[in-house]
Write a protein that binds this ligand. Structure first.
Ligand code: SF4
Length: 317
């Protein structure tokens, strides 16, 4: 049992984890570094992942027309009005944020931290979302340099361990690439968070469970669990409009997430148990817009059954 579990939350929430370290609320400030994605620009494919919106999964990232500094202060000033004492995570969210030459990457990240000096003292963490196949040796060296100056998180989009589904969603890399990326990053002391999606059309209940069983064998630090959003402006949205396929109900999703939490070690930080969709673009399932209801249902089920994160974890690795 983790000492950061509470009566309310029977799993290790990001919020409680951050509070235990920084002793204050830490907010994510989403930034848009203006990167592209090899799964969109033709290096791997031109179609992108089947579920991905035109914004490169960065619907809530910063305004690309502003400098990174201005993006940061625009969001931080809004947060500051409500929570004057908060701290921040500078989060590069949209597209593939390690896709570029080292000098291009440096140019972006040095706007957050340079020679050990941060853009703002209240920035506690730099978080970079990327693909595991965009982490070559030079990029890893740069990430290590950054991690020496500020705690660095690298967030990897994985979605599923079912290789057939990975092909269906046009992920563009095989599972062993993720395994290597996690090991490379961890060997440099970098915090690793992996994103998964429940409800992909070709994934069964067992596939979703197996994805978590696959990941718990790796030295990951955190996980983001999302429900599939079928977005209007995406290849999956097109398929759905032509031929609507069944999607998980909220009750099914809740049960799957609870089972996944129980299977994960108690020290893995749960960054998310549901995602935010752009409601103007969401085709289905509409219940995902009730984010707090979904979170409450997960909490309620865990409390009712006295389930905890990790109570089904057996060290099989
Ligand atoms: S989900 Fe990420 S990797 Fe896939 S197409 Fe979108 S930006 Fe690229």
């Amino acid at each position: 049992m983790n000492e950061l579990f509470t009566n309310e939350k029977h799993y290790l929430t990001l919020n409680n984890y951050l509070k235990s370290i920084y002793n204050e609320k830490v907010f994510k400030v989403s930034l848009n570094g203006g990167f592209s994605c090899p799964n969109r620009d033709g290096k791997i494919s031109t179609n992108g992942c089947i579920f991905c919106s035109a914004s490169g999964s960065g619907d809530f990232a910063g305004n690309i027309n502003l400098s990174i500094k201005d993006q940061f202060y625009e969001v931080a000033s809004i947060l500051k009005k409500k929570w004057p004492n908060g701290a921040y995570i500078a989060y590069f969210q949209a597209n593939t944020n390690t896709y570029g030459t080292v000098s291009e990457l440096k140019m972006r990240y040095e706007q957050i931290v340079k020679d050990g000096k941060k853009l703002d003292d209240k920035i506690k963490i730099l978080s970079i979302a990327t693909r595991p196949d965009c982490l070559d040796k030079d990029v890893l060296n740069l990430l290590k340099e950054l991690n020496d100056q500020i705690p660095l998180w690298v967030e990897l989009g994985f979605q599923t361990s079912n290789e057939e589904t990975a092909k269906f969603i046009n992920r563009g890399y095989s599972n062993d690439i993720l395994v290597k990326a996690v090991k490379d990053l961890k060997s440099l002391g970098i915090t690793v968070i992996v994103h998964i999606i429940n409800g992909l059309p070709t994934d069964s209940y067992d596939d979703m469970i197996n994805t978590v069983k696959f990941l718990r064998k790796l030295p990951i630090d955190g996980i983001k669990i999302h429900m599939l959003h079928v977005i209007n402006n995406s290849p999956l949205g097109k398929l759905y409009k032509e031929n609507p396929f069944p999607l998980l109900t909220m009750e099914e999703y809740v049960k799957i997430v609870v089972e996944q939490l129980r299977l994960l070690p108690h020290n893995i930080v749960i960054h998310r148990i549901t995602g935010d969709a752009d409601k103007t673009e969401l085709l289905a399932p509409m219940w995902t817009l009730k984010k707090f209801v979904v979170m409450n249902e997960i909490d309620k089920l865990m409390r009712k059954e006295n389930y905890y994160q990790g109570d089904l974890y057996v060290q099989d690795c």
